[in-house]
Every structure is written in C-alpha cells, then in structure tokens.
Design a protein around this ligand. Structure first.
Ligand code: NIG
Ligand code: FE
Length: 409
C-alpha cells in the first residue's frame, strides 16, 4: 500500500508582502514572498523560487492561499488591558465633563471602586458575556494575543472570578490570553484606612491561592498616590518573586513615585503609563530590559498634558509597547489600531515604532518573545493579512480597518 504523501506545509501563502518586524530599525519587509506553515509554526519564509516545487504550489501544501499582494504582519498583541469588569462608568465621564477630576471621583469613592461594586455583583457568566463583546471588537482588527488583568474584585473570590473569565476567553476565542493578577489596584472599602492590612491579604491569601490555581501569568500593582505606595508595591513584588511570578507595574501615571525604577529592580517585564517617568527610572529600565508600555488611550481620555518621555526612552533604547489599557475608567477602548494612531499623533511615535509596539515589543512585555511578535521561522503562525499598500497605513488610518483575515496558528 502506498503511503499518503506528506506535504511540507499545512498551508502556504503566496503573492504576499511580509512585514516581519524581525529586524531592528525597520519593518523587515519581504516583498512578493511565500510563507509556509506546519503544525501552527512558521516553517518557511522566502521567495517562490526557493520552494521545492516552485511551479506546482499544490505539491508543497495542503492549502495554498493567494494573498493577491496584500500585506502580512505578526498578529497584533494588546499587552495591557482590564477587559473583564462589570458595568461601565459613562456617568463619571459625564461628571468629569461637568468639572470633577479623575482623582476627585476616586477620592469620593467612585472610580475604580464603582467598577469593583459592579464586578462583585456580576456573575461569572455576565462578566464573560460583556468581556466577549469587547474582545470581538478587538479581534476584528487582527488581535491574536491579549493580556487581561484582574483588579476590580479586590477580594479573593472576585479576583479569582475575573481571572477565570479571562482564562475562559482564551479557550473560547481564537486568541491567546495572558492573565495578570492586579489585587493591589485600589483599596477596597472594607479596608478603608488599613492599606497595609489589605497588602497583607494580597500577599498572604490572594497571591498564594491564585498561584496555586495557576490563574495568573504575572503580577501587577498600581503605584500611585491614589493607589499603593512604593513600599507596599515592593512587598507585593517580593511575594510574587517568591512564588516565581514575573511582575509589571502601573507606574508614574499621575505622579512620579519611582515605581518604574522599583519595577526594574525586580526585573519587571514592563512598566506601564509612565507620563511622569524620571531619568533615573529610565536608566534602570534600560538596564533591566523592562519594556515601557505606553497607553495613549488613557492619556487621551483623561486629557493628560504631561507626555511620557518618548525621546529619552528612545535614546536609552528602552523597548516601547503600545496597548489599549481597555478599562471602564480611563480608556474604554476597543480598538488597538486607534491606539497606534494616537501613539503617533499624541506621543509623536513613528508608524514603525507604533507597529513594533503591538508586535515585537508587546511580545517582550508579556515575556513571550520566543514564540510570538515577529514573523520568523520557528515562531507561531499568529499572523494578520491586511489590504494595505504599506504597513505605515496601519497607524495612519483613523478608525476603520483594512483587516482581511487572521491566522491563529
Ligand atoms: O490603567 N491606573 C489604574 N488603573 C487603570 C484605570 C482603572 C479605572 O479607572 O478603572 C488604568 O488607567
Ligand atoms: Fe491599566
């Protein structure tokens, strides 16, 4: 009996322009290329002539896809979101437009705490459904990986509920979900004036339980005058380290707390927001390889005026990522492409930097560089096909999307 013929690839995309994002300092463009995938992994990128049977494409792969000269980029990665939460905060948006500040609202018991009440009250199924809706919008723009934080539970049970929903989203949608435990996001009402006691709860109960259940891939905190202090953040990081979990931090969003420097001291994957970042912390980030995650949606939505120090980050070669920060209070964003445009218009990042920010550098911010973020042989076939003339069009477009299709493995 003759063996069924095994073809080198499961699928082969030809007539495609590739922006591999794999080379430093440019898009890694390979025009009129061919890309072969086997078992969800990129096995070949090159020209048609380099194939074993260049004139009989069908003998190379089970499926042959003619991309008609469209562009292929790595799947987009949103490396900072709070996608799972109950309710919304349109009322606070309205309050801000009538004169209240984000900090005023937080101090009056609104802000993060209003989302905490709504998230505690919601069932797991309700949280799953509302987050699914938001996730679907993001998926329409070529998202293949998303980070999702807890942090609107602030008690062990609700934090677990949120993280379970995040994990379930990763099972039910064609997207990789990286979860982050953000227990130290705000002080829950039952711990009012007892922040240190709450930090003890985070360290002694929440973190060990969540680590045991393998519900978190990383640990985050909100180091801010309306969040937690440098010392409290340090304590959370120490526990995370003991449990073998990588850390990241909401740092320097509203004031300089030296949080990013602290994060770098712990070898953090990323420090995020960074409007008030100091030169000292930039140096530490450069040394530790901590990614600067910039969140133009939150900057825009809070009408911040202090820009993150982009040029200094560039000068010190700190990798920069861009994310939606999708959350009910500071960035109710459901479009990653819009963030690319905002990174360019508001932060003066270049179109290349902004695309690196949601591919190669976003992968780095999640500790997943070995698997995703660039189109290279050996990496996962997480890819997006776009109907564009050049990859700089991805950040140029203001709303709308030129997405054609996503390949997830
Ligand atoms: O990334 N800064 C803290 N956390 C969120 C906002 C949370 C909220 O307001 O609900 C952020 O901006
Ligand atoms: Fe955030």
């Amino acid at each position: 009996m003759s063996q069924p013929e095994t073809k080198p690839f499961d699928y082969l995309i030809h007539n495609v322009n590739v922006a591999s994002m794999a080379t430093h300092g440019d898009y890694g463009i390979i025009e009129n290329a061919c890309l072969g995938v086997k078992s969800g992994v990129i096995e070949f990128i090159g020209t048609q002539e380099q194939l074993t049977a260049p004139n009989e494409l069908e003998s190379n792969a089970e499926t042959v896809i003619n991309a008609h000269n469209q562009w292929l980029t790595p799947g987009l990665i949103d490396c900072h979101t709070h996608l799972v939460y109950g309710g919304n905060r349109a009322n606070e948006f309205e309050m801000r437009l009538n004169g209240a500040s984000y900090e005023d609202i937080a101090k009056a018991g609104g802000g993060i705490l209003s989302s905490v009440s709504a998230t505690r009250a919601a069932t797991e199924q309700q949280l799953f459904e509302t987050a699914s809706k938001r996730l679907k919008s993001l998926l329409k723009e070529g998202l293949t990986t998303i980070e999702i934080k807890s942090g609107y539970g602030l008690d062990t049970e609700t934090e677990i509920k949120m993280l379970k929903v995040a994990r379930r989203l990763g099972k039910e949608f064609p997207v990789r979900v990286s979860t982050t435990f953000l227990g130290a996001h705000a002080l829950p009402p039952e711990y009012k004036d007892r922040a240190d006691d709450y930090i003890d709860l985070v360290r002694n109960e929440m973190l060990p339980t969540i680590a045991e259940l393998e519900l978190a891939d990383a640990v985050d905190a909100f180091c801010e005058n309306i969040g937690f202090s440098y010392q409290q953040t340090q304590k959370v990081f120490e526990t995370a380290k003991q449990l073998g979990l990588p850390v990241k931090l909401h740092a320097e969003q509203l004031s300089d707390q030296s949080g990013a420097g602290l994060a770098a001291d712990f070898g953090a994957l990323s420090a995020d927001h960074l409007e008030y970042l100091s030169h000292e912390s930039i140096d530490k980030m450069a040394q530790s390889g901590t990614v600067a995650v910039l969140l133009p949606g939150a900057f825009y939505f809070l009408r911040e005026t202090k820009l993150p120090p982009i040029q200094a980050l560039r000068d010190k070669q700190v990798p920069m990522a861009i994310a939606t920060d999708s959350n009910p209070g500071t960035s109710p964003a459901e479009s990653l492409l819009l963030m690319l445009n905002m990174a360019c218009t508001l932060f003066r990042m270049t179109p290349l930097e902004s695309l690196q920010g949601v591919t190669v550098n976003a992968a780095k911010a999640l500790g997943l560089s070995k698997e995703i973020g660039t189109l290279e042989v050996g990496k996962k076939a997480d890819m997006v096909l776009w109907d564009i003339d050049h990859p700089n069009q991805l950040s140029y477009q203001l709303g709308g999307s030129n997405w054609t299709r996503t390949f997830k493995g």
